[in-house]
Design a protein around this ligand. Structure first.
Ligand code: VG1
Ligand code: CO
Length: 543
């Protein structure tokens, strides 16, 4: 067994997006493509002797091949020890948890998250640093630069490593420790939440369905909900991770999880419903006939955080991505704590959490989490809701209704236009940016523009600047329209239009969301000329 140096060439377009490098599986299957990116990671990290790295993925097609390649390259780069989830499986929050708990140097996460899997689907890879969170831009840019300069990679030619049993083996001089993918994570959850209260809730006959969408959250949900918390068998549906996610689109929203939504409005519906995404970092919370918007979920968790033992001392601050609704801002104000507004993508929350400025973070895209790890965490959010339901004895509908009555309701929706011609999308954004200086002060369809800009973020901790993070039009009454292009799509461009309107009056809290936002939708279309420019008459997905 020897270490080989293999000649290769740089590949175009290996620039990581919102959440690492995501491409079609067929692109990753090109000889040298994955190796190029992994070599670039190792070159960026420098001397790895004595270091431990964590490795695992969401189990999608190509996961096992990629794990073997990465292990063999890690051995060739002098990594001392690799911790790998059994079967190559680790959810994104579990990687973050293991990095922190075992004081690893970093980790490699294999996932394209909510993007479809299978031979015709997507694959993805990203590097997480020693705080357990996604590498900051400084590192991802260095990795990208290395992918452009590479002419060879190093890899061991040793036979494949057996990953199906929890045990320690060696590959060249490197130790490979196969770990139980669930154990560390489950232990952490048990410390954060009142498992006794949740167990008692299930023992009283409380019913729930958790939709694993045939992705990686299934084993975690089964072990914790059905195993540790005593929920009846069958509580977790679609709980077996499949390489193609059983054809599901593992992006938990009311459109993709239509089966769960239907179940929750049918006669005899369970008390509580939840779903997670491909790599288990997202969550959808559903009550009887109500899907909780992620922005509201963040705000409600923040307002009730003290019920959970891990948050009994209160929360230090909240951070939300810019397009996320301002529901959490009102809670922060009431609690007398800060609410930070960051660009889209979890990597921007890391510094705030490390500096002790925030405890809770959230994104409108069904992502919620806290400083227990440095990734968003789907099952964590579900357990938080269970803890709130158990401790208050209230239903999801009650918790949401009472929250709106106290803080007002932020009507919120995201309209996605997927697989749009990239040139048309870029032209639309460029034209919008040009209009911005003239929008302030203008009256638009019953609203008046207070501020129109392209969001620039200055990290309060390291002062790094991220610009062009989304065009926003903010009205004098606090309503907002935000436009940005997705950084995770793999086909053409995806335009996201985010719409928000605040309503303080409780007698107007039961409006249909799309109706409540229709005025803003018309303004968004008028200002952006989206329909003319893209030839699309309606969004591909409304959430
Ligand atoms: C999307 C979401 C963003 C999220 C990102 C990664 O990014 O909008 O909020 O952080 O996915 O989530 P974009 O650039 O397509 O809008 V995941 O579950 O893919 O790690
Ligand atoms: Co995800």
């Amino acid at each position: 067994m020897t270490i080989q140096t293999v000649a290769t060439k740089p590949f175009a377009g290996q620039r990581p997006g919102t959440s690492g490098l995501r491409k079609k599986v067929t692109e990753f299957q090109q000889p040298g493509y994955l190796e190029n990116f992994v070599e670039a990671i190792f070159q960026t990290l420098g001397n790895l002797s004595g270091r431990t790295l964590v490795l695992g993925g969401d189990g999608r097609f190509f996961n096992r091949n990629a794990i073997q390649t990465i292990l063999h390259m890690a051995a060739a780069h002098g990594v001392a020890r690799m911790l790998v989830g059994r079967g190559g499986i680790l959810s994104t929050p579990a990687v973050s948890c293991v990095i922190r708990k075992r004081a690893a140097f970093g980790g490699i996460v294999l996932s394209a998250s909510h993007n479809p899997g299978g031979p015709d689907g997507d694959f993805g890879i990203k590097y997480n640093i020693e705080n357990g969170g996604p590498a900051p831009e400084k590192i991802t840019e260095a990795i990208f630069a290395n992918t452009q300069a590479i002419s060879s990679y190093r890899i061991s030619d040793a036979p494949a490593v057996d990953l199906d049993d929890v045990k320690i083996t060696t590959l060249e001089a490197m130790q490979v420790e196969v770990i139980d993918p669930v154990a560390d994570y489950a232990e952490l959850m048990g410390r954060l939440f009142d498992f006794d209260a949740i167990r008692a809730l299930f023992a009283r006959g409380f019913t729930m369905k958790f939709d694993g969408m045939s992705a990686v959250s299934g084993p975690y949900a089964r072990a914790i909900l059905e195993g540790m918390l005593g929920a009846p068998a069958g509580t977790v549906i679609n709980g077996e991770p499949l390489e193609d996610f059983g054809g599901h689109h593992p992006d938990p929203n009311p459109v993709n999880a239509a089966e769960l939504i239907a179940l929750m409005s049918a006669p005899g519906a369970p008390d509580f419903g939840a779903a997670s995404d491909g790599d288990a970092d997202r969550n959808m919370i559903v009550g009887r006939s109500i899907a909780v918007t992620p922005s509201d979920s963040l705000a409600i968790i923040a307002a009730n955080a003290r019920v959970a033992p891990g948050y009994a001392a209160g929360i230090k601050g909240i951070a939300r991505s810019m397009p996320t609704s301002r529901a959490a801002d009102r809670v922060a104000e009431a609690l007398g704590i800060d609410c930070f507004e960051t660009p889209t993508g979890w990597k921007y929350f890391g510094n705030l959490m490390d500096a002790g400025l925030v405890t809770l973070c959230g994104e409108e895209s069904y992502g919620t989490g806290s400083d227990h790890v440095r990734e968003k965490d789907g099952l964590w959010a579900v357990l938080f809701w269970l803890n709130m339901l158990a401790s208050t004895g209230k239903s999801v509908e009650q918790l949401v209704g009472e929250h709106w009555a106290r803080f007002g309701r932020n009507y919120y929706s995201r309209h996605d236009y997927e697989a749009v011609d990239a040139t048309a999308a870029d032209a639309m954004m460029a034209a919008l940016r040009e209009k911005l200086p003239n929008l302030a002060g203008q009256a638009l369809g019953g609203f008046r523009v207070a501020q129109a800009d392209d969001f620039v973020y200055t990290d309060p901790v390291d002062k790094s600047i991220a610009s062009r993070q989304g065009v926003r039009i903010i009205m004098t009454d606090g309503s907002r329209i935000v436009f940005r292009l997705s950084g995770t799509g793999t086909e053409g461009a995806t335009i996201r239009v985010y719409l928000e309107r605040y309503e303080a009056d409780p007698s107007r809290h039961a409006l249909d969301t799309q109706q409540a936002l229709s005025g803003l939708v018309a303004i968004a279309d008028g200002v952006s000329e989206l329909h003319q420019r893209t030839g699309r008459q309606a969004p591909s997905v409304i959430t």
